[in-house]
Design a protein. Structure first.
Lengths: 180, 80, 257, 364, 364, 257, 180, 80
């Protein structure tokens, strides 16, 4: 089983960190994984995205033609990548930020009100952690424990954030389970 | 009060502005404030204050704000 | 409410700047330097006769902002390229705009020799004590103790040497007629900087020789500082290593006045 | 003791591997997309008693490497395309002086300043010698991940074995992709083969010089070149590296290296579903090019499809290997865009059909 | 009015030809064996209102050339092997920015500092692009004398026609040999085609920039490269130059260029007495290589003998041209010795006999 | 005739010089500089611990004369090569020996930055105001009015710039502890030169930083002068542009005495 | 007819100038000609030589395998090149400087006492001009007028030497004619 | 006269010598002269004068000649 996920959004939205969490979690789980970030040119600003490929076999290309999962943290990202998602793939949306929805009907769409959920979990800034929790749970990529492990590995040295992030991830798993 | 505002005024191009807020720092008369609603690039731009409170001077058109603005986002006008 | 007051625009975008928003980070000195250069060209009526040479550095895309002819040079070679342009068009106005890595590290030889030949070129030297474009590596001008991604424990004199004062070195060259160092982080200095740039341009118009204006410039992003703190750091720390003011002046301009 | 599995990007991976392979002297100048390599080493070198110096330029850096090499140390520099062009003179000197070192090129889009997207347009420069004179440098082309570790070690070994600079040829994508890797234990510097040619002062022996200027009027330089050629012939005979995959019963063989090979491999896997049996031939040493192996393969497989992240450079080596033994097709993506497996699959479909829609048939 | 017959060495010849072809801006750094070229121009340029600048280095010089070119002038630099290696980055930039200029390389022995004897070991660098990126520069290889004049003119014309740097590839011997030459009249600078792309200040038009960094995320650099490729394809189709001599009824064709071709030609003439009928195929444009012409020829002639002043570089292009159509033999003399016609004759005799005594058969 | 007198050799060939005759022209300063370097190494007991880096220039074959380990650097890059050597062998003695073209033209960036880093290297800088090896082209140090094969009407400030004073430029760099300029053309100056070289070597041994000794050196061949005239020209003309004496000294050595 | 001549000797003996004279003379005569100098390495000193090829047809190689004529101005040059001269070729020797003679007997040997002859012609320093006169005459390369033309072209700008050199060349022609 | 010569003496290696004659210039006592017979490289080497003429000082072993000699062709000896 190979799963390719694209995380995309504004620079400050923690897009790359979501990718890290999945990447580290997958490695801890014993899977092969590749993480491919893509910034703009040599300057700051603009949007960022990364492609994480997780597989139980050796991964060839770290570049995805057609991701199985798209995590769109802002509308431009949805616009840019929507058409590339495989038939039957899933799009996770940051529904706290934008109303627009994909026009295709052969993909699953999961709007995640990350700000509300994060606030519930105790910290408004944990939206990306909520999202990665939801994604891992919904797509069956990682268990809750594996996701938390992934987060801890990705943030090694910044232990003070672990607790809040864990709560946000848990909130994401809960949301994935019952849609609220 | 009205008189106070007549000496000068500024216009901030909220899309050029990058929200560095240096203009706010330098304005001798405290005529600029942060606009919390983000612009298209995701920055909180500066904007001229609407009203001059009691005890404050209005904009004098000194262009100090524009002089430091890295984005040439501020135009300054002076009353004739 | 009250009778309309007539307002006159006293500050706006110079013609030598295009309308494009820059890609520079919030609070970056590059954009201020751009504006000053543009204002000077406007005021001296030079825009249509100017050929500019941007660096490889954060200002590599300066041609998206400057509204005059520009040619990209390889990293560090702006003054060699400018030499070629100026020798073909001695009647045009040629300027380079370069960062500290570009002008003082990889381009040190090109800088020194163009200066020494007394090329009739005006160089604008943006010293932000860091490699901005490539993500905060140590520059030859990085201060002692200052962190950089390639000096993670801070610049150390024994290992990396001391910050280089290339402007003072250039001042020794016979072909150099005017060198001044200003900052971009106070209103007073910004105004001084503009004066210095104008004077440098005048040197070229008067065929006197090479001139350079060094501008201490904040890089909040790679200094990892809030904008205000970065501006303060220029005014409080950088100036200790790079004292502001005139470094060389053989123009005789002041004497005339 | 080998390391745990670690997640690192390609640039950092090369950095850590170099340190473990005994490299204690790194000299380089920043350039995207490989800055994580010098940045990593600027922190890592002091930890292992090594030296990291950011040179004032690429030219200075390669010459610092020359100095460290002549002094007997394992040493390395890295850059990306424009910076590697500036190192050419120094590389030619080191080849002429027979000095070992590892040079890493994380290629980016060109020509000129181009952009920082991955590319493989420096193949000619790397394999034919971008500088002057009859010289060669072995070129190893990892496909990323663990191979970056392994080939970094090999690069240092080859360099010392043959007293020759060796190039590790990656690209901007490889430098940035993060994958799990395992590092071998640190080489004990004392276990490295003694370099009795190195310069350390002449105590206890005659003074000695190492140089590349050979002036004698009796053909001394001529003979030096013939000696070098013999060395290159030996390397050609002994150091070819390649990998094949899915090559049995393939109707088509894809030749690609590095990142292009990984993208191609995914395309090949995707095509199995359509009943297209394509194999992969991945040169790992670009010089020496595994010509005999590819030649053998091409005797049995009617079509060879060459895929490169440039407009056609390695394809010349493929033609030199295959000749008229098989039909050769080429598709190249120049700097500035990252191709996907789907695009390569299109090329392979077109090659199978021979419809000329993607890629082109090479006249041989 | 064309000049009288004049006796000049090759370096001076190129200098005078450049001036007459409209070059008024020369930038270069001294290096033997081509110093007579800058020395000649340092005196000559002021006479014609031109500019001679001795740059502080080769790197500076090529970038001055870049600047003069972008300003719209015919401009030139020259050097010899190590110096040309240092110009590689600049050449890649100029190719990327589509800037015309003429670059002269009077090749010397390498690698490294080598020596100042003639050599032809920079063929790969010249024809494949020693720098990074997918770019090409036309390479003209005169055989000395009058052809130095003619090809200098052609080099400037080609450069302007295609907005591309063009290389004139000679060697130290050619630079020093004196022969009678005749120069065409001075080109009137006003007759040169207008360069409407050049930068002269934006009076009367929009401001404009010329650059090689192409950042767009929509494949702008990719498309730029495809456009360049189209230009290179056009050059390949239209600008092949070569010469054949004694090729009718030849049992053997010798492929050689530049000085090597002249030495080979004498050998061929000497061998007629022994009843050996060898012909000469002399590529004049090394890139584009006259592949189709050589391919045609090789269909009729059973043996092809390649002779180079290096250890085998052009031979790859010969293999790419000839394939298995004829047997290919190679003999190379690396830097440091000047071969004589007698040595080449030995090679040709051996090739005819197939005894493998001099030179070697190339496996194809 | 008379009773045998006992003689003691008071002047002979230092051990750090091989017996080979040099290829230098009659009256060339290079060979004197070689001898001085060799004498200093001998007297300081450094020969067996020394790694030298000759230039590309007339002294490219210095390894045929110097009796210690040497590595050839590409033209202009001696100080980068020396940096590599010294960082690997901080306990060895490393010197470069470079001409004006090598050190001040093509190698300007490498020179400045090695100096600025304060590399513990001693640089011997042979300023003969000309490119000797390649046949008399203009050097960055060529005097105004002096003829060269690439400046056939003499160096002209407007066209070529003025002669560069690289030693004074280096003196500005923090890592530089000692710079002195001497000549090789009077007995007094030759003796001073030797002292300066020794002091430079001592700086390295004491881990103080970078040091350089500039030696004004005759090139009768390319100046197209008889030997005596060339020596006089150094003493009378060159010294006007390049005044002899100490340029920088932060060693504190004199104070100690 | 193609004739290849090597002039060889010490740096100061005017070896390259002899080559120039022949080269210029041949060009004036309307022949094709190549002149190929060879110095030592990038330094001064040592010996110098040049190869001049003269032909009524277009010349291919400027490098000679086997010269028809060797002009040896010192003994090392004789030693170095003697064996390369074609059978039946001619060796001109500076017999004022050395006594040695070639060991081969299938070549013509012409010893020329250039110093004595030059002295007779009025200037001891004209030895090389005597020699080139002798060579041109003996080998039938150039007429006296052509040789003088060649000398004048080779020394353009140094007209003050023309007269003395012409005398020396004439002396060389005379020596070639009658061996004294 | 004999006494005069005893203070010092020099030896010139005539094959190392390149005939620059700078030693002759600097000798304060005029103790060196040109040897017209060429050495193997074709130079006229320097040589110590055999005799000290009236009114001349002999060699004092001051080593000024050797100090300037570019070829290290001169060895200097001093009487003990
Ligand atoms: C030959 C070459 N080397 C390195 C680079 C990478 N590079 C781009 S900009 C830069 C330095 C930028 O620093 P600076 O000149 O200080 O300009 P800033 O961005 O700080 O304004 C470097 C090293 C390059 N493009 N080309
Ligand atoms: C890259 C490169 N460029 C140019 C040369 C040719 N070259 C050799 S020595 C030299 C200059 C010598 O002058 P200088 O450094 O002053 O030394 P000098 O001979 O005067 O002692 C030059 C330009 C070279 N060998 N390599
Ligand atoms: S200074 Fe300019 S960019 Fe900064 S906040 Fe004010 S208006 Fe915006
Ligand atoms: S013009 Fe002066 S007073 Fe008005 S907003 Fe700007 S800084 Fe304040
Ligand atoms: S990185 Fe620094 S120099 Fe570059 S744009 Fe940002 S603030 Fe300015
Ligand atoms: S050319 Fe000049 S520097 Fe070189 S050896 Fe001769 S005199 Fe000395
Ligand atoms: S100084 Fe030395 S080289 Fe010169 S003449 Fe005297 S002994 Fe000979
Ligand atoms: S030692 Fe003194 S006195 Fe004797 S020859 Fe030499 S310079 Fe003259
Ligand atoms: Mg900077
Ligand atoms: Mg010099």
């Amino acid at each position: 089983m190979i799963t390719r996920t694209i995380f995309a959004g504004f620079g400050g939205q923690g897009v790359l960190l979501m990718g890290y969490v999945l990447t580290h979690g997958a490695m801890h789980k014993g899977l092969d994984v590749t993480y491919f970030p893509s910034y703009g040119a040599e300057m700051r600003g603009g949007t960022a995205n990364c492609t994480v490929t997780v597989s139980d076999k050796k991964i060839a290309s770290p570049v995805a033609s057609n991701p199985d999962i798209l995590v769109a943290m802002n509308y431009p990202s949805l616009e840019k990548f929507e058409s590339t998602v495989v038939e039957g793939g899933t799009v996770f949306l940051n529904s706290s930020l934008f109303e627009e929805r994909p026009s295709r009907d052969n993909i699953d769409v999961v709007p995640v009100p990350i700000i509300d959920l994060a606030r519930e979990a105790g910290s408004e800034r944990g939206g990306n952690m909520v999202m990665i929790g939801t994604v891992c749970a919904k797509a069956g990529l990682l268990s809750l424990e594996e996701t938390i492990k992934g987060m801890e590995a990705a943030l090694k040295g910044k232990e003070k954030f672990f607790k809040a992030n864990q709560k946000a991830i848990e909130r994401g798993f809960a949301f994935a389970a019952d849609g609220k | 009060m009205a008189k106070k505002t007549k000496k000068g005024k500024i216009a901030v191009d909220r899309e050029l502005c990058k929200g560095c807020h240096i203009c706010i720092e330098v304005c001798p008369n405290n005529r600029i404030e942060v606009d919390e609603s983000l612009n298209n690039k995701g920055y909180s731009p500066a904007r001229p204050k609407e009203n001059v409170s009691e005890g404050e001077k209005g904009c004098v058109g000194c262009a100090m704000c524009a002089t430091v603005c890295p984005e040439v986002a501020i135009e300054v006008y002076r009353a004739q | 409410m009250s009778t309309e007051i007539e307002y006159k625009k006293v500050f706006g975008r110079p013609e030598s700047l295009k309308d494009n928003p820059t890609h520079y980070c919030p609070g970056c000195g590059h954009s201020i330097a751009h504006r000053l250069v543009a204002e000077c060209l406007d005021e001296m009526g030079l825009r249509e006769d100017t050929i500019g040479v941007p660096p490889v550095g954060c200002a590599v895309l300066a041609y998206n902002y400057f509204n005059f002819d520009m040619v990209e040079a390889p990293h560090g070679r702006a003054l060699a390229v400018a030499t070629g342009v100026k020798r073909v068009h001695p009647d045009k106005f040629v300027l380079t705009y370069q960062g500290d890595g570009d002008l003082a590290a990889i381009g040190a030889a090109e800088t020194i020799h163009a200066a020494n030949r007394g090329e009739r070129i005006s160089a604008i030297f943006i010293n932000n004590a860091i490699y901005g474009m490539t993500g905060g590596q140590m520059a030859p001008t990085t201060l002692l103790g200052q962190n950089a991604t390639t000096a993670p424990r801070g610049r150390d004199a024994r290992l990396h040497g001391q910050p280089i004062d290339i402007s003072s070195m250039l001042a020794i060259c016979g072909g150099v007629v005017f060198v001044e160092r200003c900052a971009l982080t106070t209103i007073k200095q910004i105004r001084k900087a503009k004066k210095a740039i104008k004077k440098s341009f005048q040197c070229q118009l008067d065929d006197l020789g090479f001139s350079l204006v060094e501008l201490l410039s904040p890089c909040p992003t790679n200094w990892k500082m809030p904008v205000k703190a970065a501006w303060d750091w220029v005014n409080e720390e950088m100036v200790k290593t790079y004292p502001l003011g005139l470094i060389k002046d053989t123009t005789g301009y002041e004497d005339k006045k | 003791m080998p390391s745990e599995k670690m997640l690192m990007n390609g640039s950092q991976t090369v950095g850590e591997a170099a340190v473990r392979a005994g490299c204690r002297y790194y000299f380089g100048y920043p350039i995207t997309p490989q800055n994580e390599l010098p940045e990593y080493l600027s922190a890592r070198m002091p930890e292992v008693g090594g030296t990291f110096i950011q040179g004032e330029s690429e030219v200075a850096s390669i010459n610092m490497v020359l100095g460290a090499s002549v002094a007997g140390a394992r040493t390395m520099t890295s850059s990306s395309s424009p910076g590697i062009s500036l190192k050419q003179e120094g590389i030619s000197y080191m080849a002429g002086m027979e000095l070992p070192a590892v040079i890493v090129n994380m290629m980016r889009g060109g020509p000129g300043l181009g952009n920082i997207a991955p590319s493989a347009a420096d193949y000619f420069q790397a394999t034919r010698g971008g500088a002057h004179g009859d010289y060669r440098t072995p070129v190893l082309a990892p496909a990323g991940g663990q191979e970056l570790v392994d080939l970094t070690f090999e690069a240092f070994d080859l360099a010392d074995k043959y007293r020759n600079p060796v190039m590790l040829l990656g690209d901007g994508l490889m430098g940035q992709v993060m994958e799990p890797v395992v590092f071998p234990d640190f080489i004990d510097l004392k276990d490295l083969p003694e370099k009795d040619w190195a310069l350390r002062g002449c105590k206890g022996r005659e003074a000695r010089a190492i140089f590349s200027m050979i002036l004698g009027q009796q053909g001394e330089l001529y003979r030096h070149n013939l000696d070098l050629q013999k060395k290159y012939d030996r390397i050609t005979a002994e150091e070819q590296r390649w990998e094949t995959k899915y090559a049995e019963d393939a109707e088509l063989i894809v030749v690609a290296y590095g990142t292009a090979a990984r993208i191609a491999e995914s395309a090949i896997e995707d095509l199995k579903a359509e009943g297209i049996n394509a194999g992969l031939f991945r040169p790992i040493s670009l010089w020496p090019f595994p010509l005999p192996a590819l030649r053998e393969l091409s005797k049995e497989i009617p079509k060879v499809a060459v895929f490169e992240l440039c407009l056609g450079q390695m394809v010349e080596d493929v033609i030199l290997s295959v000749g008229e033994r098989a039909e050769i097709y080429f598709h190249g993506v120049p700097g500035g865009l990252i191709p996907t497996p789907a695009e390569v699959a299109e090329f392979l479909r077109s090659t199978v059909k021979g419809d000329g829609k993607v890629g082109r048939r090479m006249e041989v």
